[in-house]
Each structure stands twice: as C-alpha cells, then as structure tokens.
Design a protein around this ligand. Structure first.
Ligand code: 5GP
Ligand code: MN
Length: 341
C-alpha cells in the first residue's frame, strides 16, 4: 500500500498522461455516487482542459439528482449501452468511485473487467477488492465525495472548484451522512462543509432540491410503507418493510422513490435494525437495504453473510435470490435465531 503522498504523486502521473477518462460509480447510484462522480468530472475538466472526461453509471439515477452540474451528460449503461461501450473502448484511465468491488457495477463491471486501462479506486467502504491499480480507500471518510475533496486539495486543485462542483460534493456529504446525523467520524467533515460554503454553495437550496422533491405518489408510498407494511419485532429490536413489484407499480415507482425509506423504522426508539426488501423489476431477486443504529450491530457483516452484499457498519445492502415471501421468512429466521440485540 502506498503512502498518501506517493499515491497522490502516482495519481498526478496518471492524470498527466491520460487523454480519455471514464468515471464510474455503483448500481442504483445514490447522492454520494452521483455527487462524487460529477464533482470529480468537473474538477478534471477544469484542471485538464484537453482531457475528455465522461461519467457512466450502471443504470439511471434518481430525478432528484438531475440538476447537478454534468448530470445531463452522464451515461446510464442500461439506457445507452452502445454509446457507453463505444466511449469505454478507447479510454485510457478509469476512476471507480463510491464502491469497492467491480461486481457492484453488474453488466458494466463485466465490460470493464477485461479493459487494459488502469483503474483508480476512490472509496470509503470496508474491504476493497484487489481489482484496482491505485487505491484511495478510507473508511474514516463520511463519503466518497469527502475523499474526492481531499484528493482535489492535495492536487492543488481547490481554486479550480467552481460552484457546480462544490454543490455536487455537498450532495454526497449531506446524503451519505443523513444531513450530518451519522457517518461523520472526524471534525474534518465539518471543515469541508464550511469550505464548500466558502466556495459559494447555498446549502439550504441544495438540501431543498434533494429532499423536497417527492412526487405525490412517492409520499403516499412512504405513508403506505409505514402504516401498512412495516413489521416491528420489539424483542429483537428490529423492523422491516417489504414491497412487491405490484405494490411498487401501484404507486408508479420511479428509481430513487424508496431512497431513505429504510431509515424511518430506526426513528422508533427501540428499533436498532431496519431492513427494506424490494422486488426487482424482472422479479429475479429482492433488493435488500439494511441499517443499524449504534455501535453494536454491523449490517455490513449481515449483508455479507446473508445477502451477497456489503457496505458500511451501519448501512449496507445486498440481494436475495428467491421470492419476497421467502426473503421475509429468511430474515425473520435470522432475527429469531442469530441476533440478540
Ligand atoms: P442502500 O441500502 O442505500 O442501497 O446501500 C447502503 C450501502 O450499502 C451503500 O454504501 C452501498 O454502497 C452498499 N450496498 C448496497 N447494495 C450493495 C450490494 O449489493 N453489494 C455491496 N457490496 N454493497 C452494497
Ligand atoms: Mn458513499
């Protein structure tokens, strides 16, 4: 493992030789995936005017992130497969942001696995895989966006961060910390937020664009989840919500509509573990989101052990390859037999 200074030097060398750069982030991109990627793109374009830089995600990202600078030019592999592959073919440097394993890119990851261009990881998840040539991995970072910011500063690029890039970084910081209520592990995170304000962001406006953006259907879906679908297990201090495709369709589900729903049961004083199960569109699997409160239960371990996934200590995700009913039964079984919260 290189020291920070040597990693920055190696990155500088890579950047000075790169002509066509790809920035990618994970499936079902969230605020940090999109914020970090678009901010990194904005910085690279400002610092290296002759470099071609494009951002690609495995699938589309939610509407409430579409206002961020550069969002319109980003490619979604599920939507623009040919155009994405065409760009990827001749790129000479690949940045992987906010994930730790190429499998998180699904089909796009397969397209990249055989690519000869060096891969640089910029991430804050536990246990990165060995698929990367240069690794910036720091679990003390609140978000990939925070790590991007520190890298930009180390490269001497802070003066090049315009308002659009600062807004993108703030989106990542704000969304990955639940508006600074969890995941802030060092005072540096608040210093960065202060720096972003000095760079001209209007933090209230950014928060409003991200959070006050529900469609009526989405708000009603949330109400339905909490009123009708949340199951609470007081003895196990746990709760879960499960949603079938039919239920999602009834509320005209759009990508991102269930973002954040898994956190709501944790607002119940005695609930320390929350899960959200949503049936995939093709009904081949169940998407699993897990959250825990406090320092006792690692949902990263839970996701790794039971749901082919991973993530952070208090926030993780994965998949379950069977029916929704069986997923519920499987989870209840885990609650009853394994977890003594
Ligand atoms: P979410 O529940 O919001 O989809 O994801 C929460 C956290 O878990 C994120 O940090 C995300 O990167 C991670 N995560 C979500 N799904 C998966 C997955 O399928 N595999 C792995 N390894 N991590 C995941
Ligand atoms: Mn993140």
């Amino acid at each position: 493992m290189l020291t920070w200074t040597n990693s920055i030097k190696a990155l500088q060398d890579m950047l000075s030789n790169a002509k066509r750069v790809l920035v990618v982030s994970h499936m079902n991109p969230d605020g940090d995936a999109v914020g970090a990627s678009l901010a990194w793109r904005s910085y690279l374009r400002a610092a290296y005017p002759n470099m071609e830089v494009r951002v690609a995600f495995p699938n589309k990202f939610p509407e409430f992130l579409r206002w961020i600078e550069g969002a319109e030019q980003a490619m979604a592999y599920t939507d623009k497969k040919e155009a994405t592959l065409d760009y990827i073919k001749n790129c000479d440097l690949i940045f992987c942001l906010d994930f730790n394993d190429l499998s998180r890119l699904e089909a796009l990851g397969e397209a990249l696995a055989a690519h000869s261009a060096p891969r640089v990881l910029i991430d804050h998840h536990l246990q990165p895989s060995e698929e990367f040539d240069l690794v910036f991995s720091d679990v003390s970072m609140s978000s990939a966006s925070e790590l991007v910011y520190h890298i930009v500063v180390a490269l001497g690029g802070k003066p090049l961060l315009a308002k659009g890039a600062a807004e993108a970084l703030y989106v990542g910081l704000m969304t990955d910390t639940g508006s600074f209520s969890f995941g802030v592990k060092t005072p540096k995170t608040f210093r960065m937020a202060a720096d972003l304000m000095e760079l001209g962001i209007d933090k209230d406006e950014v928060a409003s664009k991200v959070y006050d953006s529900y469609s009526e259907k989405r708000m009603r879906l949330l109400g339905y989840c909490l009123h009708r679908k949340m199951r609470v297990f007081p003895k196990q201090k746990a709760a879960y919500i499960s949603l079938s495709r039919e239920e999602l369709d009834e509320f005209c589900f759009q990508p991102g509509d269930t973002e954040g729903f898994v956190n709501f049961p944790l607002s119940i004083k005695k609930v320390a573990l929350s899960a959200l199960f949503t049936e995939s569109q093709d009904k081949t699997h169940i998407r699993v989101s897990l959250r825990s409160k406090g320092k006792i239960l690692s949902v990263n371990e839970l996701a790794r052990k039971h749901f082919n996934g991973g993530g952070h200590f208090n926030a993780s995700g994965g998949k379950y390859f069977d029916s929704l009913k069986n997923c519920e039964a499987y989870f209840e079984n885990i609650l009853k037999n394994e977890l003594y919260l």
